[in-house]
Design a protein around this ligand. Structure first.
Ligand code: SAM
Length: 245
């Protein structure tokens, strides 16, 4: 995503400290204090213009959300989207923070076990083999996610890139992680209204391109809950259902 510099962005970001966090290192291990409650914290890594995290946080006021990207301009656009989404869905911005930061240094802003869920939506595919370590589902990144996620921890990953999806499934499998709700064409039977679409996803969906999705179960409690749900569904003779967001 190419962005041109714009005058006044820094001032615009500094003017909204209730929503925008420019020095997130200061909050490592204290994000629950930032939100003022003990509710789960879900993070989108590489939020782009912020459509997904803005809508999701407006729809789920009982969960705390953090959208991260490394560009000021995207954080500014995200802040506008966040306010727009409250106009549409109601509620306030207290369960959302937008953070300008480089994901590579994730462990500098989150303590071990501080997060409940990580969303990776349409991460840059870095198709050249020599750039494989830059892919956000490379084992080196996933190990960082494992560290900052807690017992309920999950990773939800969506992409249009078949090659990145294949690489990611292998990466998760090589780390011995449990995967569920794997889809090679998420919206094959029409748009999934139980899931919020991202900016990129909307674009690709409109072009008729298949979207790939997987949920990775990291935490022990998340795994136990998943296994229990499978057993219950099996007993009831029900078709397994995909989790919402
Ligand atoms: C292809 S866009 C996807 C945006 C959005 N998630 C969506 O689905 O519409 C990928 C985003 O990840 C961000 N990104 C890539 N690497 C990053 C890093 N190391 N730290 C922070 N953001 C990063 C980019 O700036 C870009 O906004």
């Amino acid at each position: 995503m190419r962005l041109r510099g714009r005058k006044g962005i820094k001032e615009a970001l500094e003017a909204q400290p209730e929503l925008v966090v420019l020095e997130p290192q200061a909050h490592k291990g204290r994000w629950r204090e930032v939100f003022g409650n003990d509710r789960p914290i879900h993070v989108e890594l590489g939020m782009g213009k912020g459509k997904f995290i803005s809508e999701l946080s407006a729809l789920n006021p009982q969960t705390n959300y953090i959208g991260i990207d490394m560009y000021d301009e995207l954080i500014r656009r995200g802040s506008e989207k966040a306010r727009d989404s409250r106009e549409v869905h109601g509620g306030d911005l207290s369960n959302l923070r937008l953070v300008r930061f480089n994901i590579e240094y994730l462990e500098d802003i989150f303590e071990s076990g501080e997060l409940d869920r990580i969303y990776l939506n349409f991460s840059d595919p870095w198709p050249k083999k020599k750039h494989a370590r830059r892919r956000l589902t490379h084992a080196a990144f996933v190990r960082k996610y494992e560290k900052v996620l807690n017992d309920n921890g999950e990773i939800h990953f969506k992409t249009d890139s078949r090659s990145l999806f294949e690489f990611s499934l292998n990466s998760f499998a090589d780390l011995g992680l449990r995967m569920r709700n794997i889809s090679l064409d998420l919206h094959a039977e029409g748009p999934r209204t139980d899931l919020v679409m991202t900016e990129y996803e909307t674009k690709f969906f409109e072009r008729g391109m298949p979207i790939h999705r997987v949920e990775v179960v990291i935490g022990e409690k998340a795994l136990a809950a998943h296994v229990k749900r499978l057993a219950e569904e099996d007993e009831a003779g029900a078709e397994p259902e995909g989790n919402a967001n």
